[in-house]
Design a protein. Structure first.
Length: 348
């Protein structure tokens, strides 16, 4: 449990006013030397009173220049803290930073993203004050400075229904109350007293697992575009496949911990991958099954080509041409991680 007390409550309804709300920004990182300085500067130069916010970087054993960069920035910004995450994983980093947090609310910001608005922390305080919610969700579109054609293809694909969980609102632009599972990223400190910390058995989807507990406790989540952050899309097929593999692994792990969390959209990619492999093998001995298998592959190829046309409209031809491969990487990367973890659990 969190060792600090619950943050100040400033009116009869238990809502913090926007002029008194203070914010702890939690930044779990490892080997982010290329991105960490601009990310931290956008946070540390916010149009927000310096005594009302802190940025806590939890480093998971970086072996590049990440830590020296953070230490140099500490010389400029006294409200920048550096703590060491012995657990190395993002879930442990979140918990390490939270144990050092001293403000009313905590918001998670990763080291490889950009905060596009100097009023970001004001918007966080305003959203908590006006909504009275226990947590906040935000849009997380993908963009990068000087993006490659592959990164532009990733941005387009991930924002589509073919490229992300349709139950998630992270690409929405509508302010509303939503279930917290796939969107909550900022919390009143009392939430951690109520549901505990992040589960350090998770290397991915620790946020989804934690937010499952937030919803189970009857706590609310307000989604607002005012607290948007921009994430950097992966720059290669290999990096994208690995990223989605981690997501798939986390989802499988969550399914064993909380079976009711498993949804149909999460099952579709691994089921399709199994069909592609096993259906192809069975079609060698069951001729009529081969027709069905071949037709399903043709349909999938048609969907990929249609996605290239629709999502690539108005984009350079090189971007549209990469969209089918990106979607394949998303689907089969997730499936690989999911099935690998399922097999490990079943064997265990």
């Amino acid at each position: 449990m969190v060792t600090h007390g619950v943050g100040r409550m400033t009116n009869d309804e238990g809502r913090m006013t926007k002029d008194e709300c203070s914010v702890s920004v939690i930044v779990p990182i490892r080997n982010e030397a290329k991105a960490i300085e601009p990310a931290l500067r956008t946070l540390l130069t916010q149009d927000f009173p310096a005594d009302r916010f802190e940025v806590i970087v939890a480093d998971g054993g970086s072996d590049d220049a990440t830590v020296p960069i953070v230490r140099r920035l500490q010389g400029e910004f006294p409200n920048l803290k550096l703590v060491f995450n012995a657990g190395r994983l993002s879930s442990a980093g979140r918990n390490t930073a939270l144990r050092h947090a001293s403000k009313d609310v905590a918001v998670i910001v990763d080291g490889h993203c950009t905060v596009p608005d100097r009023n970001y922390l004001r918007n966080v305080a305003d959203a908590f004050a006006t909504s009275g919610a226990d947590s906040l969700g935000r849009p997380q579109p993908l963009d990068a400075p000087n993006p490659t054609r592959f990164q532009l293809a990733v941005s387009a694909a991930r924002a589509s229904r073919l490229g992300h969980n349709p139950d998630s609102d992270i690409f929405s632009d509508e302010a509303k109350f939503v279930p917290p599972q796939n969107t909550a990223v900022a919390y009143r400190r009392g939430v951690f007293h109520r549901v505990g910390f992040f589960d350090e058995a998770f290397d991915a989807c620790e946020d989804v697992e934690f937010n499952q507990r937030v919803e189970a406790a009857g706590l609310t989540c307000y989604f607002t575009p005012a607290v948007k952050v921009v994430y950097h899309p992966r720059a290669s097929f290999r990096a994208l496949f690995y990223q989605l593999g981690r997501y798939g692994l986390g989802r499988a792990r969550l399914a064993f911990k909380a079976p009711r969390s498993l949804t149909l959209p999460a099952l579709v990619p691994p089921a399709w991958a199994l069909w592609v492999v096993l259906g192809g093998l069975l079609s060698l001995v069951v001729p009529y099954l081969g027709w069905v298998w071949g037709a399903s592959l043709a349909l999938y190829a048609a969907v990929l080509l249609g996605a290239a046309v629709v999502l690539g409209r108005g984009r350079p031809a090189g971007v549209a041409a990469r969209i089918p491969a990106v979607i394949v990487g998303i689907h089969f990367g997730f499936a690989w991680g999911f099935l690998k973890e399922m097999w490990r659990r079943v064997r265990g």
